[in-house]
Write a protein that binds this ligand. Sequence first.
Ligand code: ZN
Length: 101
Amino acid sequence: MPKLTNYMEFIVRQELPAVLASRPGVCQCRTCQMDIMAFALNQLPPHYVASSGGHIHTMVNIASAQLKTQVLVAVVNAINAVARHPRHKARPRPGRPAGRK
Ligand SMILES: [Zn+2]
């Protein structure tokens, strides 16, 4: 059964790990990654495709370099925005045992 996929989301998912890998100072927890994806996708026009099984993978191969560049710019903007205002509190510092008085 074919399902509807936002092709932009697919490219963002594909490109995000590499961009995050180049930004070691940025929190990479699941909350932040989801925020980054949401922020990036809100900047990009949706591009829905009806896909079944491996079809989407064929689509990726024909993705234009321009589309990918557009996604990378949006992902970098999103990382900058989320890094400035993470939705959660700062990560707990190591070296302070929790739950002991
Ligand atoms: Zn985080």
